[in-house]
Design a protein. Structure first.
Length: 307
């Protein structure tokens, strides 16, 4: 079981599921609005997202066997613990199951055309593993977009079908909040993907890949991430000042656990040299993302008990 868990990177999947569950059972529930999916159907939406994402991890591991042998020799699963044939079968099973659930949910909300969303995501993950990841920056953008879309899909399936003339304004506000979180998720994951490329530069170079650190060098790539790091910092400061300043607890929380670590990240990325330093910074961004997700709970509770 353990090799399987490593193959699908279960920690990332747990965070993905955690994020989607928080939005539904904390944020949406606090709004006292009608939602399109029953609780168990929303659980299927989360499951579908996880299955397709897990399939993406499996196919990525299949095509990364050679680079992982150099970059992460202790984490190579395909070809050692699990045969390539079994890995392909696992990929097909996970992806087909995820897309099938998507078909069911699309019919539940009477939007059968929305099933194409799941097909498109699965196809994009396959293309990423086979070709897109070798393109400078494009692969990084694709991964970051897909992860941020896991926030947007909540609104597509749970909010959009219930919109009518009487609640358009309220739903518009909720959608805008989801988009804000999706944007924050995109930038953090985009930076993290570049850092991971810096970590894996040796193996990627030997396999003829064309990542940003290979094209312009590790130092210049790190400096680009340094510049990008100020986008979420400024975004958070603007957001706090415009919408959250009256929520004292939320403001303190975001400054301590999101803005502060991002400032620290910006300082450290400027001087980072070793693979270990870049790995630590990659983990830091993952923690910042987690605290950003948890802010949904903090904001909801702060609003409830301040009211």
């Amino acid at each position: 079981m353990l090799p399987f868990l490593k193959l699908i990177r279960y920690q990332n999947l747990l965070m993905l599921a955690f994020m989607q569950l928080i939005f539904r059972f904390v944020f949406f529930k606090f709004q006292d609005i009608h939602l399109a999916l029953a609780d168990w159907q929303y659980g299927l939406l989360v499951l579908s997202t996880i299955l397709i994402a897990a399939g993406g991890y499996v196919i990525n591991n299949i095509f990364d066997q050679n680079t992982d042998t150099i970059n992460k020799p202790n984490n190579v699963i395909v070809g050692k613990t699990i045969s390539e044939t079994n890995a392909y079968n696992l990929y097909i099973g996970l992806t087909v199951a995820g897309v099938a659930i998507g078909f069911y949910l699309s019919n539940v909300i009477v939007k059968p055309g929305f099933a194409s969303i799941f097909i498109l995501i699965a196809a994009t993950l396959y293309l990423y593993a086979t070709s897109l990841k070798q393109m400078v920056v494009i692969g990084n953008i694709i991964v970051a977009l897909l992860l941020s879309f896991s926030v947007i899909i909540i609104g597509i399936f749970d909010l959009f079908p219930t919109i009518h003339e009487g609640n358009q304004q309220q739903m518009g506000v909720l959608f805008s909040i989801l988009l804000d979180y999706a944007l924050f998720t995109f930038f953090l994951n985009f930076m993290r993907e570049i850092i991971k490329d810096i970590e894996d530069v040796d193996g990627d170079y030997n396999q003829g890949m064309n990542t940003l650190p290979i094209t312009i060098g590790k130092s210049r790539a790190a400096k680009i991430v340094f510049g990008l790091s100020f986008i979420p910092i400024l975004f958070m400061l603007y957001y706090i000042n415009k919408y959250l300043l009256e929520l004292i607890f939320t403001t303190v929380y975001l400054l301590l656990f999101v803005v502060g670590p991002l400032f620290y990240f910006a300082v450290k990325i400027w001087t980072a040299k070793s693979k270990k330093e870049f790995h630590t910074l990659s983990l830091l961004l993952k923690w910042v993302l987690l605290f950003g997700i948890l802010s949904v709970i903090v904001i909801s509770l702060n609003i409830k008990y301040n009211a």
